[in-house]
Design a protein around this ligand. Structure first.
Ligand code: GLN
Length: 468
């Protein structure tokens, strides 16, 4: 096995046992990027020099007896995380040459933990999209099949990791942007509870929905990473002062846990194979000792409409700062999707329409949140598909925004309710990966890891890798 194919846990073990160095891992990742990035288009910026320097200094630190949780582990960042001195574009030509003055809190935490920042990753511009095709730097391809989309908006984060160009990657999830690409690439994707991870220094999409998370190959790696990134931050008032547990101490087994299956997530529009695969997951969890409970989340049918109104309203406000005076190029550089959302959101917030759209959508949001609260009185976690379909072909939905929006039907609810959700691999359809998500009540990430880990260990889908 090549060093760039290791999980974080395996790499840390090897590094600590002096089997190889951080420079060895960084070089293996850079070599893989050199070989395949031109085709996959996962990276916007590769910081080859910086990565090797960081790796050398990680090796020195280790030789001096210093130990840090991520010392020497190469991580790639969605190009929406501000990195001091390293270009950050949000995959938009508006910020084509923007060099930030400071690191996002998560970036600072990763660096403090010893991680190596290997580069900045492609995504849908401003994180608007579900396929990765809205990037101003060209679409990313799915390493499992280059004719298919990798899912979005954190398209490159998933593709780079699936293609072994890094050992983990970061992403943002405002309506599904971590979970969808994770499931399209046979990866574990965590959307933490709103406020669990600081948003400071992440280019804002919709501030009341944005969740900062990551992609890993295994549940254990996901838990390791959250232990580093989670926590309150004086720069983000929505991060509560709640203890950060040692997430990586994952509890064993699901015996006795109550797992809810919401009937609304299995209704029409769900591809029959995805339905079958999700039912197989439920059966597996039952075999492992969980109690499966049928539940109802009755307001699910309004989620997409509410999400697209609230999200666009906030987008129209957040993107107003890119006026060409303070940051980057002027507004004419915005792509079609950003323009569509700015116009839509400006309309839903305007006098005379606010009550009918924004206010109504916010009321629906409360109802959706209450649906979950009621459900979690009865169950420990909820299982559902991530996407109603398997990965689709590049170009298939680009001219039909509504069709594209509907692919978020099962993911936006967790953002509206502010709850955590963990996507884990659940098998394949015609050779393309499929995922399921495990949702829990706010700040129940430990439980999600517990369920995800039990399922992962029983199925071992993560052992399958794409042939590049
Ligand atoms: N696909 C959704 C959208 O386009 C979600 C995006 C996201 O989570 N960043 O709004």
């Amino acid at each position: 096995m090549d060093l760039n194919q290791l999980t974080i846990a395996e790499a840390l073990e090897g590094l600590r046992g002096k089997k190889f160095s951080s420079v060895d891992i960084a070089k293996a990742c850079l070599e893989q990027i050199r070989k395949h990035n031109e085709d996959i288009n996962a990276f916007i910026t590769v910081d080859e020099k910086g990565a090797l320097e960081q790796a050398e200094s990680a090796d020195k630190q280790r030789a001096n007896g210093e130990e840090l949780p991520f010392l020497g582990i190469p991580i790639a960042l969605k190009d929406i995380f501000l990195t001091k001195g390293l270009k950050t574009t949000a995959a938009s030509k508006v910020l084509e040459n923007y060099i930030p003055q400071y690191d996002a809190t998560v970036v600072a935490k990763l660096k403090d933990a010893g991680a190596i920042i290997i580069g900045k990753i492609n995504c849908d511009a401003w994180a608007h999209g579900s396929s990765g095709e809205n990037s101003d730097f060209g679409p990313t391809k799915n390493p499992w099949s280059k004719e298919h989309v990798p899912g979005g908006s954190s398209s490159g984060s998933a593709a780079a990791l699936a293609a072994d160009m890094c050992l983990a990657s970061t992403g943002t999830d405002t309506g599904g942007s971590i979970r969808l690409p994770a499931s399209f690439n046979n990866l574990v994707g965590l959307k933490p509870t709103y406020g669990r991870v600081s948003r400071y220094g992440i280019i804002a999409m919709a501030s009341s929905l944005d969740s900062i998370g990551h992609f890993t190959k295994t549940v254990e790696d996901s838990a390791l990473l959250l232990s580093v990134t989670a926590g309150s931050d004086p720069h983000d008032a929505t991060t509560p002062d709640k203890t950060v547990s040692n997430y990586s101490k994952i509890e064993n087994g699901v015996k006795g846990l109550k797992i809810g299956v919401p009937k609304e997530y299995f209704a029409s529009g769900l591809d029959s194979e995805i339905k079958e695969k999700t039912e197989a997951v439920i059966k597996k969890l039952e075999e492992l000792g969980a109690e499966v409970v049928d539940i109802s989340l009755p307001n699910t049918q309004y989620a997409i409409a509410a999400y697209y109104i609230i999200m666009s309203s906030e987008v129209s406000s957040n993107l107003a700062r890119y006026d060409g005076i303070r940051f980057g190029n002027d507004r004419s550089f915005f792509g079609d999707e950003a323009k569509r959302r700015i116009m839509f959101g400006t309309f839903t917030l305007s006098a005379g329409y606010y009550d009918a759209y924004y206010k109504k959508a916010m009321q629906v949001r409360t109802l959706i949140k209450q649906d979950f609260e009621k459900a979690f009185e009865k169950v420990d976690a909820i299982i559902s598909p991530v996407s109603p379909t398997a990965p689709w072909k590049l170009g298939e939905k680009v001219n039909d925004p509504l069709k594209m929006y509907l692919s978020d039907i099962f993911t936006v609810t967790a953002n509206l309710a502010g709850i955590p959700s963990l996507a884990v691999p659940a098998g394949f359809s015609n050779g393309l990966p499929i995922g399921i998500q495990i949702m829990g009540t706010q700040f129940s990430e430990e439980k999600l890891f517990q369920v995800g880990y039990a399922f992962e260990q029983a199925t071992e889908y993560y052992k399958h890798t794409p042939k590049l």
